[in-house]
Design a protein around this ligand. Structure first.
Ligand SMILES: [Zn+2]
Ligand SMILES: [Zn+2]
Length: 299
């Protein structure tokens, strides 16, 4: 059981990281302000959730060592009452941060408050990889499918992060050589170089799990030809970079934490690197993982 004290410490660290980003890169203040409420509430929601029940999760280590993630079937067990609570905590934070979504989010909130079967209809849209389930719900709620995808993935995050935290100790000593997440199979959104040797760690875009990965290999296509890998950064912020792969034309943003005194909280870190997303995308590269801000641009 994690104490309120820990929750406060982590939400404080997220706020500090975001304040620092706004101070250092004032151009990002708008987007940081938009996401701040959501990041903080998401963390509070995660801490309030009970530890997940693992009775239906068995780790097949033989398959795992061949690159099959723990949650291979993509199914996460979300308990209805917890989901309702998380939704009613996060939806107002999203309305506050993203005014252009206010009307659809308000309809979404009423749907959860007023329909007894709302959660039964929502969970399949979140748990299923079949986009027709999500599209149908979007039509019923008069929300664009992209906006609904954004909302659903944000609502699922506290649950997936909680599950990942519980699974992490079970797989920490088992070798994983893939660029996708060993817990949920999603692509990473952040690459950090840590420790004296600059060991590379990747952070999952969906469940937040962190794992080590070869420093000189693209996580998305496994290309390790140095001539096709490029690192770009801004001269005055050399500790932040984007790693580009000319083979698959994907990129991942990253941090060199070796000389950092205060590490940004991972869920706030990639938000402070959006300027590198712009630079990489301007050059024709696509993000390897779908970040919330990349989805929002399309709404
Ligand atoms: Zn993951
Ligand atoms: Zn690649």
């Amino acid at each position: 059981m994690v104490s309120d004290e820990t929750s406060k410490k982590i939400t404080g660290s997220i706020r500090d990281s975001l304040e620092k980003t706004k101070k250092d890169i004032p151009q990002l203040a708008g987007v940081v302000d938009a996401f701040e409420h959501l990041l903080v509430k998401r963390t509070i929601a995660k801490f309030a959730l009970p530890t997940p029940n693992f009775s239906n999760v068995t780790i097949d280590f033989a398959r795992f060592s061949q690159g099959v993630p723990v949650l291979d079937d993509g199914k996460i067990d979300i308990e209805k009452d917890s989901f309702r609570k998380v939704a009613l905590l996060l939806l107002p934070a999203m309305r506050k941060g993203f005014p252009k979504l206010d009307a659809p989010l308000s309809r979404f909130e009423s749907f959860i408050n007023e329909s007894e079967t709302a959660i039964d209809q929502l969970l399949p849209a979140i748990e299923s990889t079949d986009s027709t389930v999500l599209d149908e719900l979007a039509r019923n709620l008069d929300i664009s499918p992209t906006a609904l995808q954004f909302v659903c993935s944000e609502l699922a995050k506290p649950f997936t992060e909680k599950i990942a935290e519980a699974i992490a100790p079970l797989i920490q000593d088992v070798t994983w050589l893939k660029g996708y997440c060993p817990v949920c199979g999603a692509w990473p959104e952040l690459s950090s170089w840590k420790g004296p040797e600059g060991r590379r760690f990747l952070n999952c875009s969906v469940c937040g799990h962190e794992w080590t990965y070869m420093r000189t290999q693209c996580p998305f296509c496994e290309n390790s030809d140095n001539a096709k890998l490029e690192i770009i950064f801004s001269e005055d912020r050399k500790f932040e970079h984007a790693e580009l792969c000319h083979e698959c034309m994907k990129y991942i943003v990253g941090l060199d934490t070796r000389n950092m005194v205060n590490l940004p909280h991972p869920s706030a870190a990639s938000l402070g690197l959006i300027y590198l997303d712009f630079l990489a995308q301007e050059r024709g590269f696509a993000p390897g993982a779908t970040s919330a801000w990349n989805v929002l641009e399309k709404i």
